[in-house]
Design a protein around this ligand. Structure first.
Ligand SMILES: CC(C)(COP(=O)(O)OP(=O)(O)OC[C@H]1O[C@@H](n2cnc3c(N)ncnc32)[C@H](O)[C@@H]1OP(=O)(O)O)[C@@H](O)C(=O)NCCC(=O)NCCS
Length: 180
């Protein structure tokens, strides 16, 4: 059995749903928790771009992501619509159970998927920062961007509290040019 603090990152599976829900409940207020049916649909639509972290005590974190287009924002509680002509890895939800905070797991999960996205030739990664996490994302190279599309602004407004659209480049320097 692995030591309680040694952890691994692996692809998310449908049978992870209950553990994902438990981590979500520990990390978000009720107004920000997304329904089990939506999480299951996301696993089916984009399971190969979602990961979990587990240690000797079980699952302790997850990251939902999917291929998208720059400038698009996923509303809270919406299913994923992976883009055929994706240029962006959209990180929808990163959460680590409080018992495992501060061990670098969030950074490792994000780094894992960003490496994959880079290898797939995506130009960008984007996300919505909530719960005062802009500093965390800035340290990973993301910058706050103005969401230009009406649909993106509506999607941002679906998040309680301050929600910021953030973008980083994956394939060298250049100014983002939204697709909407
Ligand atoms: C944000 C969260 C994912 C960080 O998880 P974590 O595994 O503890 O983070 P890490 O250990 O990988 O931290 C990496 C660095 O980010 C820093 N950091 C963590 N949370 C931060 C925050 N909210 N703001 C700024 N920096 C933060 C850490 O101090 C660490 O810095 P260091 O390298 O100088 O030591 C976790 O606190 C969480 O699940 N929060 C609730 C869910 C949430 O709000 N998710 C983000 C949605 S956008």
């Amino acid at each position: 059995m692995p030591h309680a603090y040694s952890s691994q990152i692996r692809a998310m599976r449908l049978e992870d749903l209950d553990a994902v829900l438990a981590v979500q409940a520990a990390c978000y207020p009720p107004s920000m928790q997304e329904a089990a049916a939506v999480l299951r649909a996301r696993m089916r639509a984009a399971g190969d771009s979602c990961v979990v972290a587990e240690d000797g005590n079980g699952m302790c974190g997850y990251l939902f992501a999917y291929p998208s287009r720059l400038g698009l924002v996923t509303p809270l509680g919406a299913e994923f619509a992976p883009a055929c002509d994706a240029d962006t890895l959209y990180l929808h939800d990163l959460a680590v159970a409080p018992r495992a905070h501060g061990r670098g797991l969030a950074r490792r999960m994000a780094g894992h998927l960003l490496e994959q996205a880079h290898a797939r030739g995506f130009a960008w990664s984007a996300l919505v920062s909530v719960q005062d996490t802009a500093g965390f994302w800035s340290a990973l190279g993301y910058r706050i961007e103005h969401a230009a599309c009406p649909a993106a602004l509506t999607a941002l407004a679906s998040y309680p509290g301050l929600a910021r659209y953030m973008v980083r480049t994956l394939t060298g320097p250049g100014a983002p040019s939204p697709n909407c």
